[in-house]
Write a protein that binds this ligand. Structure first.
Ligand SMILES: C[S@@+](CC[C@H](N)C(=O)[O-])C[C@H]1O[C@@H](n2cnc3c(N)ncnc32)[C@H](O)[C@@H]1O
Length: 293
């Protein structure tokens, strides 16, 4: 964690970066985070310049509790940023302190409500089991990656496969989505193949030739929640540099992910641009938006 003068310098660099970003690509418009962080840094700059910010805020009255919390956030943010965008899973998950709430900056209830409090998100009227964070992240990942092949394990109602296919078609990419579930959903789409299959025996689901010939880049989405290690192991043989693997709802899948990644040192990097876009691990894919390196 940055402290003392190093913290002040890192915060000033961040403030300069935010100013440049606001005045440049954002056309003079700041985000909530830009305004909040610049405001907090400005408040911290008003404190005794001879003392560290940590010492100064520790002596503030409880009326200024907000500034104490802001300093904690700022330190976590700068610490994470210093690791760079593409981070080894081990390095990232061993870092302590990680987030405000364990590995995340999002509290448990905020996370569980993010799929909808009384109903789930919908695409074309069909239930789509994504958090609002992931609903925003996927279009950005798709646009940047331009996948020729999307493989989704766990079709649900079929809404997510249709959503992914609709987005890629809207963006003008030539992509195909393969979506696997125990039962095929009722819906159809010209760019989606719904495949009846069991991820517990993933080697029986796709023909070897199909996976060898499917165009890259790939986006592989694990959302069936079974045999996660086996699934990662199976697809590893077919993945190429630059492909993405997203393991959803991964808080409870960390043992499988760790076991797999330990066997492939340097083979995958966590893309923290996406995992931390809205705060550390503000996504259902905790530490598991992975790029094949
Ligand atoms: C969380 S839902 C998928 C949600 C969907 N991807 C979405 O975002 O809307 C999980 C799906 O995994 C499927 N599933 C469970 N066990 C499976 C298995 N052994 N093989 C394939 N699919 C399985 C379930 O039938 C269920 O539809």
């Amino acid at each position: 964690m940055p402290q003392g003068d190093a913290l002040k310098e890192a915060a000033r660099r961040l403030a300069a970066e935010f100013q440049a970003k606001m005045e440049g690509p954002q056309g003079g418009v700041g985000t909530f985070a830009d305004h909040a962080l610049l405001g907090f840094i400005a408040q911290l700059e008003q404190l005794d310049p001879a003392a560290s910010w940590e010492d100064s805020v520790a002596q503030l009255s409880s009326r200024l509790e907000g500034l104490r919390l802001a300093l904690q956030r700022l330190q976590l943010l700068l610490h994470r940023r210093a690791q760079g965008r593409f981070v080894d899973y081990q390095e990232r998950t061993q870092t302590a302190p990680a987030g405000l709430y364990g590995p995340c900056d999002i509290g448990y209830f905020d996370m569980v409500m993010s799929q909808g409090a009384f109903d789930c998100l919908r695409w074309k009227g069909m239930p789509l089991f994504k958090t609002v964070y992931d609903f925003a992240l996927y279009p950005m990942i798709l646009w940047a990656l331009k996948p020729r092949t999307v493989i989704e394990l766990g079709s649900g109602t079929g809404a997510s496969a249709l959503w992914l296919a609709d987005l890629t078609a809207l963006f003008g990419f030539s992509s195909h989505v393969y979506s696997v579930d125990l039962q095929q959903p009722a819906v159809r789409h010209e760019h989606v193949s719904f495949i009846q299959g069991d991820c517990r025996t993933i080697d029986t689901v796709f023909a070897d030739a199909l996976l060898r010939e499917a165009a890259h880049p790939w986006m592989l989405i694990e959302d069936a929640h079974v045999n996660v290690y086996g699934v990662l192991r199976h697809f590893h043989a077919y993945l190429e540099r630059g492909d993405y693997v997203i393991v959803e709802d991964s808080a409870s899948k960390q043992d499988d992910i760790r076991q797999f990644l330990t066997q492939e040192p340097g083979g995958y990097k966590v893309d923290t641009y996406y995992t931390d876009f809205f705060g550390r691990n503000a996504t259902c894919a905790q530490d598991s938006i992975l790029m094949r390196a």
